[in-house]
Design a protein around this ligand. Sequence first.
Ligand code: F0G
Length: 457
Amino acid sequence: MKTIIEPFKIKSVEPIYFTTRNQRLDIIKKAHYNAFLIKAENVIIDLLTDSGTSAMSSAQWAGIMIGDESYAGSNSFFRFEKTINEITGMPIVIPTHQGRASEKILFAVLGGKGKYIVSNTLFDTTRANVEASGAEGIDLLCAEGKIPSVLAPFKGNIDIKALENFINEKGAENIPLCIITVTNNSGGGQPVSMQNIKDASRVCKKYNIPLYIDACRFAENSYFIKKREKGYENKTVREIAAEMFSYADGCTMSAKKDAFANIGGFIALHNEQLATQCRNLLIITEGFPTYGGLAGRDLEAIAIGLNEVLDEHYLQYRIRSTEYLSEKLAAAGVPVMQPSGGHAVYIDAKEMLPHIPVDKYPGQALVAALYVEGGIRGVEIGSLMFGKYDSNGKLIPAMMELVRLAIPRRVYTQSHIDYVAEVIIEMAKNREKIKGLEITYEAEALRHFTARLKEAN
Ligand code: F0G
């Protein structure tokens, strides 16, 4: 059969509340053109993030009921730990309340002033945590990853030559770790190849630099390897994931993505001495090492979700359904990042709205227009998120101006996605009417969450 169906049935549903275009014009103005400031009930299709928004399975909900809430030595922790040991091959597991808590702890221990943390691309919270430690975050994305229209199988790869050059330039002693984000969220949800991870591991070993994986979407990345990399077509996704982790010294993960959980995360690693330092911080920030900021029931949901995500029927549906939206948009001439990412479709706002200069935030302007036209909430991954100022206060723009439409796992059906495509295609016909935006308020760090904007003249 050609049709790939959702590999689940729906047992419990949530209502969608509808708004009119006029209501949404008012709502976006009151939300200062920032989609993070819109109430969720005023959103028709919420593609803000795939993080913490998954529909849990009946098995996960059943797991919630058997969660062991003991402060110390909870059974649920041991199931959580065993699942992560089995998938990653890493013996030490430290639970945290979400990905950024893992990052905060790891970089507080390993980072610091004068240090560089290198990556294919650091996610925004990851970069913020690197910088909060005093260290500098360095993105060394491969060349093809920087051009949205280029078709290449592994556009999330780290540039191996640039990595080695950077190590030689700054000195290995100043680089406490290299972290590879799979899939590369800020670079378009693009996968990283096994060969690239292997090569990065070889370079890191040569200079004695630990290699970490930001494993938020490890299963999606493993599935891409199975489909796109020679020699992996007959391996199971579980085997591929195990090989991927075997090249790393440790990983951080937000369980809000590929573990289908609404909250949670962990650090997994081999180094006992480093684990002790991490646990010392964990206890004062997150909690005791057998729950680390989570309830026992969350640990159960995550353990079950981590096994469910490796189901290849699910991954086939997942990757194909993202591709489906991307193909529809591309066929109608909407410039989307090629090929389609795992968890999201990325619209190239610079290309779509050439009349809006980067300092008028074309990505954010597109986010606002998407909301007004169809009640769809996406997120800008461009200069509002990553822009900096030079010493004269002039914007240093981000590498790309993207709008991400992240697809929550197991939440929306094909007709929801058809609606999204229809809205965007209609909107693209009147794209020259979309106006640029100006910032009226911004915070010092992670400004996109709280920034206020207005329409530029
Ligand atoms: N690393 C990556 C690659 C991520 O995508 C995220 C979160 C994190 C780390 C942090 O995890 O949210 O659990 O603290 N990404 C979300 C997103 C927020 O919308 O892409 P967290």
